[in-house]
Design a protein around this ligand. Structure first.
Ligand SMILES: [Zn+2]
Length: 577
């Protein structure tokens, strides 16, 4: 069994801190195997002296084999590296094409246009242009086509539905809203919600890769399934439309549904819709006109950024809807710890790199050593959050009566006992951490007080559950978790210091990598970040979110505008390697 990370091995191993390249990092069986050394500097840019333990390299390459599929009859390590590198280049090209396409967005507002909705229509009329300005201020690569589908009720004759097809002329769109859309009609309490959603889905020309529908309304659809209030059609839509049918059409058209909630009368509708399509974003749009405008702008931007990101990373609506369904399983509340069993585990952490040379040495982490610490812990049975790659669970460090809260992250689809993807996330966070400390020193020298740091990520081997691996980090209390920017280059919430940090990582590593996908919490004196991604010129490092040289160029540099901090730090944009 080639289990280099087997726990018995860890216990026998002695850490030789700071002497990473001389550490032999394999189990005893491998001493008898065909051990040799190999340089894998395919890019020609990494230190030519790097020598990796072949067995360990072999295991690292496993990380990329799922992506490439069948390896056929390739047996030599050199052939395998060449094959995987070539394969990664193809995958990256496709990913970049996909990212570019995802930036083209169809955005459709489906609005209840009955009398009670007049202030929402007014907000949309007045502020749609400022929403577009905001989206484009930091993300000029996003192109928006906007359309409109208004609905009223069955008794409103030809005013029941009102459609304005997608246009890239935002001025035209605003003029249409201003001149043609008036709040009136509506008879009983429910409205023709399903008719509006169906018309928006089937009668508009959806043609771009990212397709967003934002539905805003204050009343439910017809039928006892949705409401007990006064309803002319208690058996549901008189034309026979069902929510299942409408959402099936929406799903097959790759349209992502969002809802702007105004009253609690739509709560049952939200639950019914969720049971059909999984979780979706619900924006709270209650309040007076001033707060409404702000909320409307935020909701629209957030729908755009999250949909573009989902479309970019998951590529098709089937995976997106399946992720939305997974979100239904989450439980945001902390469990009752007293009823959960205590587990035993080993906590593994890398010796952190201390120099640029170690960061750029592709073999540093392969040859590096772990320190091992025994812990006891408790783990929640349901996740409290889910992302496109991982679930996050609450956990508790119970060793010596401690009650430190932890976050444990598990990949959705990972073989039990497989450690490779977890190594990758720890490697990424170690590199990011080192670069953040270098950035903080440089930034302090030019008077920037706020720091950037990355949460320490370790690997946890659960000995009471078949040696399953997780990644584990400290839980941050009482802080709002935010995504600031995304791997694809989208800036969700602009902070000059974070954008300058990303540029700094490029400058400092002489164009070798960029740390991006910054997310975490914004505290008074620091940004505390977790789960970044790294674009690196070596495509066989940092996992499948690494989009290589093209990722550095097209996702980061092409979108990055140097700010004051970049200028004061004299950061260079074109590092010739
Ligand atoms: Zn810059």
């Amino acid at each position: 069994m080639s289990n280099r990370f087997g726990i018995s091995w860890f216990k026998n191993n002695r850490s030789t801190k700071g002497n990473s390249n001389t550490n032999k990092y394999y189990n005893e069986d491998s001493l008898n195997s065909n051990y040799s050394s190999l340089t894998i500097c395919g890019s020609g840019s990494v230190q030519e002296s790097s020598v990796c333990d072949t067995k360990l390299l072999d295991e690292r390459l496993n990380r990329y084999e799922d992506e490439s599929g069948q390896m056929n009859s390739i047996t030599s390590l050199t052939d395998r590296v060449t094959y995987l590198r070539k394969n990664r280049e193809n995958v990256v090209s496709k990913a970049l094409t996909n990212i570019k396409e995802s930036m083209n967005v169809d955005l459709c507002f489906v609005l209840d246009c009955t009398s009670s909705m007049s202030c929402y229509i007014k907000a949309a009329k007045m502020h749609i242009l400022s929403v577009i300005d905001y989206v484009n201020r930091n993300n000029s690569n996003i192109k928006l086509w906007i359309g409109f589908c208004g609905y009223r009720d069955h008794g409103d004759g030809c005013g029941r539905l009102q459609i304005f097809d997608f246009t890239s002329s935002h001025k035209k769109f605003q003029n249409y809203l201003s001149n043609k859309v008036i709040a009136n009609g509506g008879n009983d309490f429910p409205e023709d919600v399903l008719g509006g959603l169906y018309a928006a889905t089937t009668r508009m020309t959806w043609s771009n890769a990212t397709r967003i529908l934002i539905h805003i309304g204050d009343a439910p659809p017809h039928g006892r399934r949705f409401t007990n209030f006064d309803d002319i059609y208690p058996n549901g839509d008189p034309n026979g439309l069902t929510a299942e049918f409408v959402f099936d059409k929406m799903r097959s058209n790759n349209i992502l549904y969002h809802f702007g909630k105004i009253t609690e009368y739509t709560d049952v509708m939200i639950e019914v819709f969720r049971s059909i399509i999984g979780e979706f974003l619900v924006f709270d749009l209650k309040g007076d006109l001033a707060t409404l405008i702000n909320k409307f702008c935020k909701a629209t931007c957030s729908a755009i950024f999250s949909s573009v990101t989902l479309t970019t990373t998951l590529r098709n609506s089937k995976s997106i809807y399946s992720l939305q369904r997974k979100k239904l399983q989450i439980n945001p509340l902390e469990p009752y710890w007293s009823i959960l069993p205590e587990k035993a585990g080993d906590l593994l952490s890398y010796v952190l790199p201390k120099t640029l040379a170690e960061i750029m040495d592709e073999c540093y982490f392969i040859n590096s050593n772990f320190t091992v610490q025994n812990i006891s812990f408790k783990l929640a049975s349901q996740p409290f959050a889910v992302g496109s790659e991982r679930y996050a669970y609450f956990a508790l460090d119970t060793k010596l009566g401690q009650t430190d809260k932890l976050v444990i992250k598990k990949y959705h689809d990972v073989k039990i006992g497989s450690i490779e993807q977890y190594l990758e996330s720890v490697e990424i966070s170690s590199v990011a951490y080192f670069l953040s400390t270098e950035f903080n020193k440089a930034a302090e020298s030019i008077g920037v007080k706020k720091k950037i740091t990355f949460i320490d990520v370790k690997i946890l081997c659960d000995k009471t559950d078949s040696n399953t691996y997780y990644s584990v980090e400290k839980y941050i209390n009482n802080a709002e978790f935010k995504r600031f920017n995304v791997n694809s280059g989208i800036i969700i919430e602009f902070h000059s210091i974070l954008e300058a940090f990303a540029h700094f990582t490029y400058h400092y590593t002489k164009g070798y990598l960029v740390v991006y996908d910054l997310q975490g919490v914004d505290l008074d004196n620091m940004f505390l970040l977790t789960d970044p991604s790294i674009h690196c010129i070596d495509l066989l490092r940092f996992g499948i979110t690494n989009l290589g040289t093209k990722g550095i160029q097209k996702c980061f540099l092409a979108n990055h505008k140097c700010n004051d901090i970049c200028k004061k730090l004299k950061l260079i944009r074109n590092r010739v390697r």
